[in-house]
Design a protein around this ligand. Structure first.
Ligand code: DOR
Ligand code: ZN
Ligand code: ZN
Length: 426
């Protein structure tokens, strides 16, 4: 049946929450309102639950092709819909690197075969993510790439970055910048500060991130192009972006749940699941990230879902891979730490996790509206549970959040009107 009705939920709309029904017909939202006639539709009772626009994660790593032992498009998509995501954008640091139309096309067609969430590939900025030669941006766009990024690596050469931003703007493609000055990082593994000294681990200065944020803002300002800053982790980066926005620079930015929930106190445990790039910072950074989300400096919440094999984490801290498997914990961590604590309203959480990513990348969805695509996420906000990586559908069990109590469980993930995930124990 191609007709269903979500009955009696609380709808999370841009202006606020309201009670109502959502009628879904042929993959579209046919009607929103009170007591919408069922008219032969399958009825899904969502009373007591909250109905969000389908969550969109514009920064994930799916690892296919090449690193399927960490994750593949099937396992990553299953984890995504369990996390409430109807649409995800995957970074190009695969093997081969997604720097050409053939790899983009492969990801698009494999994701369709899997048929869970929508998967939008991000093409590389440079061939092989080597930072030298621009990739074939136009051809990748034609094949389905929605943005470009050398994520995992910075584009160190400012001239190359300038060319990329100019060239991308001709295609109306956005550059997503992984801001890291490699020379300053110099083999560091955690934030540089008290805890790096205590643990005897080499530190990464905040300046390594902030210098590149400043550079990219200056380039965007000079060229009049857009730029998007990935995974903001420092107070200084938030301030640079805030000031740039105030001047009218066309900059947007994202952060991740681990940057507003954890400090580098976590790394003195030597648990390699706390190793992530950029690294966990300090309390004043966490406060600045929350403030940046609140005042609109930080547009969206992404996961930077970076699954790794246990063997790549079960080694000494210095040798472990950077990254957190985050797609199944993002919604609950965000709801618990931002909404329950009064920093964001539910509408603004929906904006950070759906509306803004859709607008920034020009994707479908992002809002519950009549005539819009029926990409919908239904959550039970009253349900408290304890995160356990053993429950993850992702192959990557690398999370520092096992044992953390959170509120907000995804109940249904609906993509183009079809239920792709449900977790209903009534
Ligand atoms: O922690 C990270 N993991 N940061 C990155 O920039 C890359 C990512 C990965 O691909 O594992
Ligand atoms: Zn990155
Ligand atoms: Zn990333």
């Amino acid at each position: 049946m191609n007709k269903r009705i979500l009955r009696g939920g609380t709808l999370v709309m841009p202006q606020g929450c309201k009670k109502g029904d959502v009628l879904i017909e042929n993959g579209k939202i046919a009607a929103i309102g009170d007591a919408v006639a069922a008219d032969g539709a399958e009825v899904i009772d969502v009373s007591g639950l909250h109905v969000f626009p389908g969550l969109i994660d514009m920064h994930v790593h799916l690892r296919e092709p090449g690193f399927e032992y960490k994750e593949d498009i099937a396992s990553g998509s299953a984890a995504a819909v369990r996390g409430g995501f109807t649409q995800i954008c995957c970074m190009p640091n695969t093997d081969p690197v997604c720097d050409n139309a053939a790899v983009v096309g492969y990801i698009v067609s494999r994701a369709k075969e899997v048929g869970l969430c929508k998967v939008r590939p991000i093409g590389a900025i440079t061939a092989g993510e080597e930072g030298q030669q621009l990739a074939e941006i136009g051809k990748m766009q034609k094949a389905g790439a929605v943005a470009i990024s050398d994520d995992g690596k910075p584009v160190m050469n400012s001239r190359v970055m300038r060319l990329a931003m100019e060239y991308a703007s001709d295609f109306n493609m956005l550059c997503l910048s992984h801001c890291e000055d490699k020379n300053l990082v110099d083999g560091g593994v955690v934030n540089e500060g008290y805890n790096s000294t205590l643990a005897g681990l080499k530190g990464i200065s905040r300046a390594a991130e902030e210098i590149m944020v400043a550079r990219d803002i200056i380039l965007a300002e000079t060229l009049g192009t857009r730029i998007h800053i990935c995974h903001v982790s420092t107070k200084g980066a938030v301030q640079l972006i805030r000031e740039a926005k105030a001047r009218g620079v066309r900059v947007t930015a994202e952060t991740c749940p681990h940057y507003f929930t954890l400090t580098d106190d976590a790394v003195v445990s030597f648990d390699a699941n706390t190793k992530v790039n950029p690294p966990l910072r300090e309390a004043e950074d966490v406060a600045a990230i929350k403030q940046g989300l609140k005042d609109g400096t930080l547009d969206c919440i992404v996961t930077d879902h970076a699954p790794h094999h246990a063997d790549e984490k079960n080694v000494e801290y210095n040798l472990a891979a950077f990254g957190i498997s985050g797609i199944e914990t993002s919604f609950a961590l965000s709801y618990t730490n931002l909404v329950k604590s009064g920093i964001l309203t539910l509408s603004r959480l929906a904006e950070k996790m759906s509306g803004a990513p859709a607008r920034i990348l020009g994707l479908s969805g992002g809002e519950l509206k009549e005539g819009g695509v029926a990409d919908i996420t239904v959550a039970d906000l009253s349900k408290e549970y304890t995160i356990d990586s053993k429950d993850f559908l992702s192959k990557g069990k690398n999370t520092p959040f096992t044992g953390t109590k959170v509120f907000g469980k995804i109940q249904y993930t609906i993509v183009d009107g079809q239920v792709k995930f449900s977790d209903v124990i009534k």
